[in-house]
Design a protein around this ligand. Structure first.
Ligand code: UDX
Ligand code: ADP
Length: 473
């Protein structure tokens, strides 16, 4: 076969598909890369001349897009045509956790993967390599293979015969550092059954990644490795968050503890930062997949072990909400609370599974009024994430209501008459707040709750504010 890839199609122009294809186009100038999505508004935003309007915020992405877009990188809603032209197709569609039916709350909903695989089966021509890029439960490649091999059989005696290879090539990029992670990955993982398509996909990455960093495994190891990598990372966060509570009670300092253990090269320093709990679209979903898989294969001890990582994450969020209420004299009804940061981490506009959502909902349900500031998350995103509705003319609507929640694009509005502010995201701007100015506007006695450990402790205390910081006794 040894064919050269000239045309790539990526189905799904989201947080994974967009940046990944931009970097491939940037590094492989002889390949045409078409990113398709059924969501027209999203594609229009990717095509907007104003690069500030790209649908996702990722440091450095705008520069790469400006170099590649409409040269060898194209964004389009024409899914069928671009499938038919492609030698290689990345499937990068959404795979949320199922909300109903078998496996609800744990298993991934493969609706979108199945739908787009059927589109591939119908419109692909000649030989096409299909690459799973979305995070998927182990053995999803099997589902993709079954659909495609059926189409392959049906077309075999026609003049439009089509053939497929299926590979797993999980994405390890983290939002906020996606461009860097794509340009300099720790490793690239390619899982497959035949050597030839693996070599072809590897050839694309070899444009900029040393060959020894490109790992080849079987399909199932590749799929499982992705889930396990995320589960291990999340497990470290739950571990350190559990210790943060112990530090607060014993007088120890979580930063000193993290440093002391992280210097042990067997442990390592990364992913030991205590916070309000992990968010993002992957960690919870991938652990739930692992839990479901273990249950399915009759391994309840394994499933309970991993489930505990999520339980600690939920407990950490509740713990922070409770200590806010407790410190504000046990009641926050009618009080004004400023929320600093709404994205699930700094340097992204993504709010999926952000701890700020659950903590804000708990505060709203206690009757607090919130004012929210985030440098990259929009008012609409906040309202959508919190499920806010107006109850102006309808008292039967239960909290939280739109009237309880304000949004501002000016960071210092958050302090005006507020009883406390809660730092939810580690945006750099929050370490540069002028606390004297902030304190002058707050209603005293006022509190600063820093769930990320980014505020300047000395300045906060000197400005006369009460201060709680995660993991400090
Ligand atoms: C993660 C994986 O890191 C990435 O490899 C995978 O491809 C997708 O999932 P992402 O969710 O984008 O990436 O961000 P990540 O940096 O892993 O952070 C996830 C959450 O953990 C964030 O809410 C972050 O604030 C939190 N976190 C991270 C901590 O609370 N402490 C840490 O030390 C690190
Ligand atoms: P991720 O974080 O994994 O990239 P996103 O939700 O940001 O996930 O992006 C997935 C994208 O896939 C969405 O923009 C969605 O519209 C798109 N999508 C899902 N199914 C299809 C399909 N069958 N054809 C085209 N686009 C699809």
């Amino acid at each position: 076969m040894n064919k050269k890839i000239k045309n790539i199609c990526c189905i799904g122009a989201g947080y994974v598909g967009g940046p990944t294809m931009a970097v491939i186009a940037h590094k492989c100038i002889e390949i045409t890369v078409n990113v398709v999505d059924s969501n027209k508004a999203r594609i229009d935003a990717w095509n907007d001349n104003d690069l500030r309007k790209l649908p996702i915020y990722e440091p450095g992405l705008d520069k790469i897009i400006s170099k590649t877009r409409n040269k060898n990188l194209f964004f389009s809603t024409n899914v069928e045509m671009n499938i038919s032209k492609a030698d290689l197709i990345f499937i990068s569609v959404n795979t949320p956790t199922k909300t109903k039916g078998l496996g609800a709350g744990k298993a991934s909903d493969l609706k979108w993967v199945e739908l787009c695989t059927r589109q591939v089966a119908k419109f692909a021509t000649g030989h096409t390599i299909i690459v799973e890029k979305s995070t998927l439960p182990v053995r999803t490649a099997k589902v993709i293979q079954e659909i495609l091999f059926k189409a392959q059989d049906e077309s075999s005696n026609t003049h439009n015969s089509k053939t497929f290879d299926v590979l797993s090539n999980p994405e390890f990029l983290a939002e906020g550092s996606a461009v860097h992670d794509l340009l300099e990955p720790d490793r690239v993982l390619i899982g497959g059954e035949d050597l030839e398509p693996i070599k072809i996909l590897s050839g694309i990455y070899e444009h900029w990644i040393p060959k020894e960093k490109i790992l080849q495994t079987n399909l199932w190891s590749s799929e499982l490795a992705k889930l396990v990598a995320n589960a291990f990372l999340a497990q470290r966060i739950s571990s350190i968050n559990s210790i943060s509570a112990l530090c607060e009670n014993t007088g120890a300092d979580i930063y000193q503890v993290s440093k002391a253990i992280g210097l042990d090269t067997r442990i390592g320093e990364k992913f030991l930062k205590a916070g309000p709990g992990f968010g993002g679209s992957c960690f919870k979903k991938d652990i739930l997949n692992l839990v479901y898989l273990s249950e399915y294969f009759g391994l309840p001890e394994v499933s309970r072990y991993w489930e505990e990582v999520i339980k600690i994450n939920e407990w950490q969020r509740k713990r922070i909400y409770r200590l806010i209420v407790k410190n504000l004299f046990g009641t926050i009804s009618g009080k004004k609370i400023g929320i600093l940061g709404f994205s699930f981490k700094a340097d992204t506009n993504d709010t999926r599974e952000s701890s700020a959502i659950q903590i804000s909902i708990d505060l709203l349900n206690e009757g607090a009024n919130l004012i929210i500031y985030d440098p990259k998350v929009s008012k609409q995103q906040v309202e959508f994430a919190l499920g806010l509705e107006s109850n102006e003319n309808n008292d039967s609507i239960k909290n939280p209501s739109l009237e309880q929640c304000a949004y501002t694009s000016n960071i210092y509005d958050v302090f005006k008459s507020s009883d406390c502010v809660v730092i939810m995201t580690e945006w750099k701007a929050f370490s540069e707040i002028n606390w004297d100015k902030a304190a002058r506007d707050m209603r005293h006695p006022a509190w600063v709750f820093d769930s990320r450990g980014v505020a300047n402790k000395k300045q906060v205390i000197e400005s006369g504010l009460n201060f709680w910081q995660i993991g400090i006794g």
